[in-house]
Design a protein around this ligand. Structure first.
Ligand SMILES: NC(=O)c1ccc[n+]([C@@H]2O[C@H](COP(=O)([O-])OP(=O)(O)OC[C@H]3O[C@@H](n4cnc5c(N)ncnc54)[C@H](O)[C@@H]3O)[C@@H](O)[C@H]2O)c1
Length: 315
């Protein structure tokens, strides 16, 4: 996607796991980044994280003029946001904290600057409640790590303007993200709800002794998970319908699918179930090291994302 954006300078507020990854992504797309985080040693950790992410970003291709030298660290939150065109907030996940942080950012940033929060679970209507310009406050929820995973969920609160949603969607798209607009505030947004639905049934099947932890992982990773990484659940259903597509599929299998829904479980996260799953993962790991698995996963993920981007049809 080759879109343009008026945003030239982004403020990254909070530079932990998510903030550092966002900072690297913005820099790789040729933007200036003003970062801030009050934690002792935060600047050194941020620069080290950006340096670590940079080779991966270089493999995707850096924008013209992209440079780690365009990263500036500010001790003051107000200084960091004062000249920013877009703010990406990644502070601690607490409502009282974010309300106060957004109130301060709102007072310091130019009124047309968008203030976006990465929050995984807080309602943006609450986060914007202490702001004098709540219409420019929006949720831009990334997936870890934001410099690699394209999805960003964009959600407005009760006071967010449609213009803010449109500008936020355009900005993320222009810097290589795949934004979706979540039209109503719901707990967990979209993608985490979908994951939660799958986890619920996976835990239920273990609890009921239907399958082992390892077999459930195999069922997804070597089965439908392969297709889901290529295209979503609805387009996969369409392809399963053959020449008749999704209309034929739903006429034919819609009833049975509804029957399965009625039989799905709703387990409780008991200590016994947690222990069973921990033991199951331990058994499946065997002598392999978690760090090696993680490295293998990241290499495959990177190749997959690049391959998808190159196909055009599936991008
Ligand atoms: N970790 C994930 O997988 C993930 C995924 C998507 C979204 N998120 C969201 O991103 C946000 C950050 O999560 P994280 O995992 O990076 O947490 P983290 O603990 O790694 O980072 C939070 C950072 O905020 C800093 N901070 C504290 N007070 C601050 C202040 N007054 N101003 C600026 N920075 C301040 C801390 O020093 C820390 O570096 C949360 O809202 C979380 O819900 C996390």
């Amino acid at each position: 996607m080759n879109l343009t954006t008026d945003v030239k300078r982004v403020a990254v507020v909070g530079t932990g796991v998510i903030g550092a990854s966002w900072a690297a992504h913005f820099l790789a797309h040729g933007l200036d980044v003003n970062a801030t985080d009050p934690s002792p040693g935060a600047e050194d950790r941020l620069r080290a994280a950006v340096a670590q992410h940079w080779p991966t970003l270089a493999r995707f291709g850096l924008a013209e003029g992209a440079s780690v030298d365009r990263l500036r660290f500010h001790d003051s939150l107000e200084d960091a946001v004062a000249v920013a065109d877009f703010v990406q907030e990644n502070g601690p996940e607490r409502m009282d904290f974010k309300i106060d942080l957004f109130r301060r950012m709102d007072a310091a940033a130019p009124p047309e600057t968008i203030l976006a929060s990465s929050s995984s679970g807080l309602a943006i209507s609450g986060v914007q409640s202490g702001c004098a310009h709540p219409q420019r406050v929006v949720l831009g929820h990334p997936f870890n790590p934001p410099h690699l995973i394209p999805l960003v969920e964009v959600i407005g609160g009760e006071q967010t303007s449609p213009d803010t949603i449109a500008r936020t969607m355009a900005f993320y798209a222009a810097i290589g993200k795949r934004p979706i607009h979540v039209k109503r505030e719901v707990k967990g947004h979209i993608a985490n709800r979908l994951q939660a639905a799958l986890w619920r049934e996976a835990f239920h099947l273990v609890n009921e002794g239907v399958a082992s932890v390892a077999d459930i992982d195999t069922a997804i990773a070597h089965g439908p998970g392969l297709r889901w990484a290529v295209m979503g659940p609805f387009m996969n259903l369409h392809l399963s319908g053959g020449a008749g597509g999704i209309e034929h599929l739903l006429a034919h299998l819609g009833g049975p699918i509804e029957d399965w829904w009625k039989d799905l479980g709703a387990p409780s996260m008991t200590d016994a179930l947690k222990q069973q799953v921990v033991q199951g993962v331990d058994d499946a790991l065997g002598t392999r090291h978690t760090a090696d698995l993680q490295a293998a996963r990241d290499t495959l993920l990177l190749n997959l994302i690049r391959a998808k981007a190159e196909t055009g049809t599936l991008d």
